[in-house]
Design a protein around this ligand. Structure first.
Ligand code: JA2
Length: 344
């Protein structure tokens, strides 16, 4: 092994939480590279050309010391909402890309991996889900996937940022198509406040499709939020939350697992999937059940493969199947050590 390269057994489980020279909007590095460049880049959004001219580089304190880049064909939209910077660009190899505060939320090419897994891991683990709540998810992709389940009667969604919904409808029609299902009720507002007002035991499943804990979604990673989620679920109801990357965020995951273990009296599990355009190429999910009829997330009992009416509307599933569902809960040893220690 070349000198300086870590062996697998040396992998640090904890990474620096933040590097002080990186700002929360993730674009501080352009100062370094643009020096002397004059005003040539003034028209471009902050994160374009930060590292390689003509490329989008995803620089964030969430992944210090690395920046995945995509070649930009054309910038299609840039705006500033009340909550964050919103950018849409055409990439040369992943289709259109949605970026919030400098961080990639989805690309047309690989969004299926995230949306299908965050929706079907919980919904295929319980019989007959009827009432589903989505927190965040303003692009509509999770709604599209929830809508594939014919047992579902009501889908509430609470997204804080209307601009995300509008931009998705305009630029990502195959994702925002989820909003067109008549079972969907869109609420624009704060998910934390929305949940507090939900009567106890309302939902069969809650899906938290959030951005990272360093922006408007901060509270969605904290214990009081998980407590409101548990209260809003029926007995034996399930939650699935975006839960970061095992390669980058073991310290965050450790905290989430510890919180969930205290709050959810049914099972507490961690699953993951591949998403090539997310830093480290993987993304995890926390899956928990409240006390009640027991839920074994690793054994899907409500296969979506059998329920095909949705295929006419949305096309076939591209990523999810029952085998990948079970496989998603298999963890590398370094992650299992931390997660199982907290979860059991
Ligand atoms: N991208 C990530 C991440 C955590 C680990 C690796 C990549 C994001 N968080 C932001 C997008 C999350 C999904 C939002 N729908």
């Amino acid at each position: 092994m070349p000198e300086g390269v870590q062996s697998a057994t040396d992998l640090p489980l904890k990474r620096p939480r933040e590097e002080e020279n990186q700002e929360a909007n993730g674009c501080a590095a352009m100062e370094v590279n643009n020096g002397g460049g004059g005003g040539a880049l003034e028209e471009l959004p902050e994160c374009i050309s930060a590292v390689i001219p003509g490329w989008f580089s995803e620089i964030s304190p969430m992944w210090p010391g690395e920046a995945h880049s995509l070649k930009v064909e054309k910038i299609l939209f840039q705006g500033k909402s009340d909550y964050q910077n919103v950018l849409v660009f055409q990439s040369s190899t992943y289709g259109k890309v949605l970026v919030l505060d400098g961080v990639i939320q989805l690309t047309e090419r690989d969004e299926c991996a995230y949306q299908e897994m965050i929706a079907h891991l919980p919904l295929c683990s319980i019989p007959n889900p009827k009432k589903v709540l989505v927190i965040g998810g303003g692009d509509g992709g999770v709604l599209r996937e929830v809508s594939r389940h014919s047992s579902v009667e009501k889908i509430d969604i609470c997204e804080i940022d209307k601009m995300v919904v509008d931009v998705s409808r305009q630029f990502f029609p195959n994702v925002a198509v989820g909003f067109d299902d008549p079972r969907v009720n869109l609420h624009i507002g704060d998910g934390v406040a929305f949940l507090k007002a939900v009567p106890e035991g309302t939902y069969d499943a809650i899906i938290v499709d959030s951005s990272d804990p360093i922006g408007p979604a901060k509270e969605l990673f904290e214990k009081p939020f998980f407590a409101s989620v548990a209260k809003a679920l029926r007995a034996g109801g399930v939650v699935c939350t975006q839960a970061e990357s095992i390669w980058l965020h073991m310290h965050i995951i450790e905290d989430i697992v510890a919180n969930c273990r205290q709050i959810f009296e049914g099972s507490v599990n961690y699953a993951w999937t591949t998403v090539p355009t997310y830093p480290s190429g993987v993304m995890g999910f926390m899956l928990c059940a409240t006390e009640g009829p027991s839920v074994d997330f690793k054994k899907p009992i409500n296969p979506i493969d059998a329920d095909i009416s949705h295929v006419k509307t949305y096309g076939p599933l591209k990523f999810y199947n029952s085998e990948i569902h079970s496989a998603a809960f298999c963890l590398p040893s370094f992650a299992r050590k931390v997660i199982d220690a907290k979860a059991n």
